[in-house]
Design a protein around this ligand. Sequence first.
Ligand SMILES: [Zn+2]
Length: 163
Amino acid sequence: MVSKKTPSRFQPGTRSYTMSRIRGTETSIERQVRSYLFSRGLRFRKNDKRYPGHPDVVLPKWRAMVFVNGCFWHMHQGCAKFSLPKSNVEFWTTKLTRNRLRDQEQGEKLKAMGWRVFTVWECQLDARHAQETLQRLYEAITADGDPNEGVKDEQIERQTARG
Ligand SMILES: [Zn+2]
């Protein structure tokens, strides 16, 4: 079982709170996704700072990006792992809603730049679901797009300059 992330561990001001907010600090779920994709032969960049939201996995060859989202911080709708904390309700509602809106905006921007954007949720990576989730992710990434027509680095630079 994946341990349930309780917000009490993430009180504002504490180190774990700060660290958990920074994409680029590798979490175990990110590592899980990366090592699977790597084992299937895919090569990628990590936390590419040139893009909105710093996607966890960037696969230019497949014009694909993957975000690995914690269910709490990214407010996974309808998820058993997500429920608002009982205290500081207003604080958490504002904060998490903002996270969610930002995720949506960033996703739209990336799609407008021609990327295929995939999101993998923490709850889809527990012991019971991980195998199937990762397999489907791999298939989705490689199902579409000719690798020979992938996004070249020059195109990325141009897109970034524009966006
Ligand atoms: Zn979830």
